[in-house]
Design a protein around this ligand. Structure first.
Ligand code: GLN
Length: 488
């Protein structure tokens, strides 16, 4: 166990809260103090409300004093990506267009975590604007830094959600993953990150980027903590028509019960050009770890992998161009002061409010949806998406899960990748999972010689999160990565 409260796990802290050796107010104060100490360097927060967090913590302590049966998340300070609605708090999507927007309602995950589970919400966390990016550099609030090396990116788009946990500014957090935005920053910051099966977690109250691909999921220090959060946010929601009514498992109990050995598939297309040698070596070592413990390793093929990037950037931008149409200076957010007529309100408000990458994607998405190009691009991309999904389903006839790198490279320098295409290429191992609607977990698997974290990705069949978490925990238990923290 770490000496500092702010680096401990939910499991460790909830035990202390339960025995009364720690109060939620004490813990929340420690988190607030840590945030004040480091966030001027990390810049993980877009907004925070100290009085509100302390009031939530005091409520938790009151519930406990009254002898109520409380769950493990009660009184634990966590943070949300600034894409998830919390009633009466700012919701900006890291965009100037929503600079002064206050959410009138709670997302379903907010209601579940704050309301039902009693967690303490501490702040809205930095991200790429409207979740478009892989480095958190596309934020109107400025870039967020990687706590392991402040000159480097934390990954994206949920960079702040990852950096805040790694830096001890929250105990765990939520992000959203459309093409890798939970798994990739988790890998770059040395955390566990879970992208649930499409439909497992309600998207109600998540700012929509690409509705077909978006999923909310947890960032945590350990697999056990991620399982606790996942169990608390999963489940059918009548407010989200795409949410499934699969029964919610007790992931913590399932983890303990599933012991392997597993059959793991290694997709050969994921180990080619562009993979950093140190990342490749760490993944090879992990494969050896599983082999040495009686797991069957089998090379598999996902032959349409080469089309994933094109398919993703057609579907995601098409949906974004439609979803972001609502930010028009009338219904939501920023309205240009220069506007003198109705058309001006639309064009000037959007021109002033959206950042460069968001504009690029709206233009691209409008193009692939436009008449004459719809069949060539959008419709074809949807068909290729089906082929990509079938690749995974075929692989699962032979194996329980796939094992891959999460990101081809460790954290890179802020400002290093100015070419959008170079940035898009970073998503190569994560976007297939979203296109196929499958669950994916990133778990720490070592670090580079210079101390930058490396992540291992496990991809499973629909609603097999418990299996993935068990396979991840099997690895985690034999390694000491979770006890290491950045020095700030
Ligand atoms: N990097 C990808 C993109 O820019 C994924 C982002 C995400 O998952 N939100 O779209």
């Amino acid at each position: 166990m770490s000496a500092e409260l702010y680096f401990q796990t939910i499991t460790e802290l909830s035990a202390q809260l339960a025995t009364g050796t720690l109060s939620s107010v004490e813990l929340t104060r420690a988190i607030i103090a840590r945030t004040e100490e480091v966030d001027n360097r990390v810049k993980a927060f877009n907004s925070r409300d100290e009085a509100d967090a302390l009031a939530q913590a005091a409520d938790s302590d009151t519930r406990r004093a009254a002898g109520l049966a409380l769950g493990p998340l009660d009184g634990i300070p966590i943070g949300f990506k600034d894409m998830i609605a919390v009633a009466n708090q700012p919701l900006t999507a890291s965009s100037k267009i929503l600079a002064n927007f206050i959410s009138p309602y709670d997302a379903t995950v907010t209601r579940k975590l704050k309301g039902d589970a009693g967690a303490v919400l501490w702040g809205r966390l930095n991200c790429d604007e409207f979740a478009m990016g892989s480095s958190n550099e596309n934020s109107a609030f400025g870039p967020c830094a990687n706590p392991w090396d402040l000159t480097r990116v934390p990954g994206g788009s949920s960079g702040g959600s990852a950096a805040a946990v790694a830096a001890g500014e929250v105990i765990a957090s939520l992000g959203s993953d459309t093409g890798g935005s939970i798994r990739q920053p988790a890998a770059l910051c040395g955390l566990v990150g879970v992208k649930p099966t499409y439909g497992l977690v309600s998207r109600y109250g998540l700012v929509a980027y690409s509705s077909l691909l978006d999923q909310i999921g947890p960032f945590a220090r350990t697999v056990d903590d991620a399982a606790l959060l996942l169990g608390a946010i999963a489940g059918h929601d009548p407010l989200d028509s795409t949410s499934f009514s699969a029964p919610v498992l007790n992931y913590s109990a399932e983890l303990a019960a599933r012991k392997g050995p597993w059959k793991l598939g290694i997709p050969k297309e994921y180990f080619g050009e562009g993979l950093d040698p140190e990342v490749g070596a760490a993944i090879e070592a992990a494969i050896k770890f599983y082999t040495d413990r009686s797991c069957k390793i089998k090379e598999v093929s996902l032959p349409h992998t080469q089309y994933c990037l094109d398919t993703y950037y057609i579907i995601a931008t098409a949906e974004a161009s439609s979803n972001l149409a609502r930010f028009d200076g009338i219904r939501y957010g920023h309205r240009s002061k220069e506007a003198t007529n109705a058309i001006d309100i639309y064009t000037k408000s959007r021109a002033e409010g959206f950042g460069e990458e968001v504009k690029r994607r709206i233009i691209f998405g409008s193009y692939v949806l436009s008449s004459g190009y719809y069949d060539t691009y959008y419709l074809r991309a949807q068909k290729v998406r089906t082929l990509i999904r079938h690749d995974f389903l075929n692989a699962y006839e032979e194996v329980d899960a796939l094992l891959t790198p999460t990101s081809p490279v460790p954290a890179f320098k802020i400002g290093e990748k100015s070419d959008p295409l170079a940035m898009y290429l970073l998503d190569v191992y994560t976007i297939g999972v979203n296109l196929a609607g499958l669950p994916g977990v990133s778990v720490p698997c070592g670090s580079t010689q210079t101390g930058l974290p490396i992540g291992l990705q496990l991809i499973g069949q629909s609603f097999q999160e418990a299996n993935l978490l068990a396979i991840a925990k099997f690895y985690e238990q034999a390694h000491a990565w979770t006890t290491k923290h950045p020095i700030l």
